[in-house]
Design a protein around this ligand. Sequence first.
Ligand SMILES: [Ca+2]
Ligand SMILES: [Ca+2]
Length: 367
Amino acid sequence: MKAVCVIATGAGLSLGLGLSARVCADDEHPPGPYAMVWIEGGEFSMGSERPDARADESPVHRVRVSGFWMDQTEVTNAQFREFVEATGYVTTAERPVDWEQIKLQVPPGTPKPADEELRPSSLVFIAPVNDVPLDDLSNWWVWTHGASWRHPFGPGSSIEGMDAHPVVHVSYEDALAYCQWAGKRLPTEAEWEFAARGGLDGAHYVWGDGPVTPERANIWQGVFPTKNLEEDGYAYSSPACTFPPNAYGLYDMAGNVWEWVADWYQPELYRQRVLALGPDGVTADPQGPETSLNPMNPREPRRVQRGGSMLCHASYCSSYRPSARMSTTPDTSMIHTGFRCVMSKEMWDERQAQLSQEQLEGSELKQ
Ligand SMILES: [Ca+2]
Ligand SMILES: [Ca+2]
């Protein structure tokens, strides 16, 4: 199979086949949606019980997913800009914090922060100068007024020249809005892990069981969080298609930016599946639980993110493993968080029918 990476410079919706930019060419499969890869469905072992896996990744159990199209890369700044210009969408990070929403997630009686603190903001990673305790994230996450997808480090910073980088500082709500506009959806957690594994069932990493090297993914080398050696060339995000794809032709399924998936987070999910179906049972096309369960704070619902980021290091989270699960509140935006979309065959067929109809109506108007 010959696959060519696409650095998507637009959503490519006007012609459906993405003729406005370089397109993923794959000489074995028919043309599909712009810059997307067909993932043939199948059955796989979801989760991990290896020593570095966390409790929420086990037990390993069998899951089957139906086929779907998946974005070849994380959604880029150029693609997200096209969406914003078409719709006028304002991201969560660009809006003032909604205290009425936040107060439902914090202990009753928590005083309202000063208006100053509720200004539009997002979380920026700043490496501390000296060693700090690893159990306090506030040592490196800085609530930065004016930080957003357009200004990743706050006012004064920009994404000029970064069209091919993944969009960051997007909330779950933002990711959902983009996918809906593009006629797509977020992948389920099972779809994401199936695709990330690239057919290497049970492997430790998306490239197999070989070691983690700076050539394979944009993660963190050095000592987290104080010293990033940048042996892979990047302290923060890297452009799409910089690192090799997995066996399905998908880029950055390990590292670069975290990717929102559709599901609510429940740490006991896999145990519940095995309890329901037995150890040999196969869960088919799981859509995730109905609600979130966050034992750390039941008032704070969380969605799942997958794939790890440029900030992941073996000593801290090693979340670039395909089974690793992260949970985050849907309104959170951070400098290492983005997403990619998927499209079911039905959605693609519907999209093509819609485009054909629009072209037909256009040609009738010209007559
Ligand atoms: Ca890096
Ligand atoms: Ca990623």
